[in-house]
Design a protein around this ligand. Structure first.
Ligand code: ATP
Ligand code: FE
Length: 330
C-alpha cells in the first residue's frame, strides 16, 4: 500500500509514490528552467507551468511506481508555506484525484516534508535527534521528538535564509539562479581563506543571521573594483561559502552542547552543499543526510511526512485551502 504525493510550493513540479514503510517507488521532479533569466522565481509563471506539468508528472510517477490511483492508500499534497498560486495548483489537483478515486487526502506542511526526508528508506533516522533544515526560505534548528510535525524549534533565522544567502551571494558574483549549486562549483577553484567574512553574527541563542554576510560580500566586491572582483571571483565564492557553512556549523555545535543530543540530521536544499556535508560530518560522524534529490524540493518527502498524519476523509477535504506563509511563524 502506498501514498501519491504532489508538491508545487515553488518552481519544481513534483509527484512521488512512497510505500507505507518509506520506500521511494517513484520520485519525479520537473524543474522550470524558465525563471533563470529573471534571477528568481516569478510566481505567476510558476503557477502557469505547474498547471501545464502536474498531470504528466503525476502520470509519470504512477507509471514508474507500477501502480494506479485505484491501488493507492491516499493522496498527499503540500498545503504551504510557499507561493500561494503555485500551491493551489497542487492542492486542486490532489483534491480532484482523491475525490474521483474515493481516496482520503493528507495535507502536509512543506517543512515537515523536509524533516521527513530523513524518515525515508534506506536507513531512516529514528527520533529523537537534532535537525538543521537550511533551504531557500528557511533556516531552522530543531529537536525532533517524534515523526509528526510538532518538533521543538531551537533556533531560526532573523533575516535571510541560508539558501537565500547563497542565492544573493551568487547574484553579486554574476552567477545565475538558483545560486547555491553554481556558487559551490565556482568555489571549488577558489581559496576559502582568501577573504575574511563575518561568521556567526552576533545574534543571541541559537538563532541565525545572514544579512550582514551578504552586505560584507557586497562591500568587498565594491572595494576590489569590477576588474579585480571578477578576477578573484572563485576566491570570493569560496570564502563566502565557508562563512555560511561555519555559521551553520557553530550553531549546530552549540545546540548539541546545550541539549546533550548527539544524533544529527540535515535537510533542505542547502544540505545538498558538499562542504556543508563535510563540515557536519566532521562534527557528527553518524550524520544523517538524505540523497541530494531528497534535500531540494521533491514530493517523496511530502509522502513520507503524510505517513505520520491523519488522512482527511471525503468530502471534508474539499474545503481545504493553501497557505502562503509559515503556520509555524518562522
Ligand atoms: P523552502 O523549502 O524554505 O520553502 P525552497 O523550497 O525554495 O525553500 P529548497 O528547494 O529546499 O528551497 O532549496 C533551494 C535552496 O537550496 C536554494 O536557495 C539553492 O540555492 C540552495 N541550494 C541547492 N543546492 C545547493 C548547493 N549545492 N549548495 C548551496 N545551496 C544549494
Ligand atoms: Fe523546500
Amino acid at each position: 500500500m502506498s501514498i501519491l504525493a504532489i508538491e508545487t510550493s515553488c518552481d519544481d513540479t513534483c509527484a512521488a509514490v512512497v510505500s507505507r514503510d518509506g520506500e521511494v517507488l517513484a520520485n519525479v521532479i520537473s524543474s522550470q528552467g524558465v525563471h533563470d533569466r529573471y534571477g528568481g522565481v516569478v510566481p505567476e509563471i510558476a503557477s502557469r507551468h505547474h498547471l501545464e506539468l502536474t498531470g504528466a508528472v503525476v502520470d509519470d510517477a504512477l507509471q514508474q511506481a507500477g501502480t494506479t490511483l485505484a491501488q493507492l492508500d491516499a493522496v498527499a499534497v503540500t498545503q504551504g508555506p510557499g507561493l500561494v498560486g503555485a500551491l493551489l495548483v497542487g492542492v486542486a489537483t490532489a483534491k480532484s484525484l482523491a475525490a474521483a478515486h474515493g481516496l482520503p487526502l493528507i495535507p502536509v506542511d512543506h517543512l515537515h516534508g523536509h524533516v521527513a526526508a530523513s524518515f525515508l528508506q534506506p536507513g531512516p533516522i529514528e527520533p529523537p535527534f537534532l535537525i538543521l533544515i537550511a533551504s531557500g526560505g528557511h533556516t531552522l534548528l530543531a529537536h525532533v521528538k517524534d515523526h509528526g510535525p510538532n518538533w521543538e524549534v531551537l533556533g531560526s533565522t532573523r533575516d535571510d535564509a541560508a539558501g537565500e544567502a547563497f542565492d544573493k551571494g551568487a547574484r553579486l558574483l554574476g552567477l545565475g539562479y538558483p545560486g547555491g549549486p553554481a556558487l559551490q562549483k565556482l568555489a571549488e577553484e577558489g581559496d576559502a581563506t582568501a577573504f575574511r567574512f563575518p561568521v556567526a553574527a552576533q545574534v543571541p541563542g541559537l538563532d541565525f543571521s545572514f544579512s550582514g554576510l551578504k552586505t560584507a560580500l557586497l562591500y568587498k566586491v565594491r572595494e576590489l573594483g569590477e576588474e579585480e572582483a571578477a578576477r578573484r571571483r572563485a576566491d570570493l565564492a569560496a570564502s563566502f561559502q565557508r562563512a555560511i557553512v561555519e555559521t551553520l556549523a557553530r550553531r549546530v555545535e552549540r545546540a548539541r552542547e546545550q541539549t546533550g543530543i548527539e544524533r544529527l540530521a540535515i535537510g533542505g536544499g542547502v544540505a545538498a552543499n558538499g562542504p556543508l556535508r563535510e563540515r557536519m560530518r566532521a562534527l557528527a560522524p553518524d550524520l544523517h543526510v538524505p540523497p541530494r534529490e531528497l534535500c531540494t524540493d521533491n514530493a517523496a518527502m511530502i509522502a513520507s511526512a503524510a505517513r505520520f498524519l491523519d488522512p482527511l476523509p471525503y468530502p471534508s477535504y474539499l474545503r481545504l485551502d493553501a497557505y502562503a506563509t509559515g503556520e509555524r511563524g518562522l
